[in-house]
Design a protein around this ligand. Sequence first.
Ligand code: ZN
Length: 60
Amino acid sequence: MIFSKKKITTAYTLEKCTKCQTLTKRKFNVSDILFAEAPNCSSCDGLTRIEKIFGETVEL
Ligand SMILES: [Zn+2]
């Protein structure tokens, strides 16, 4: 019997509010550009920027 593992990599975008430093992690969108402006912060309505784009690998 062959035991195989499957890996799936999902890309995420981390947005950071420049005012209250709140970090928001969401799924990566193809239009996302590093350090680009993101929609306003949900808690303080401050300016939010894309801080990081990264991938997470999950073994199934
Ligand atoms: Zn904020």
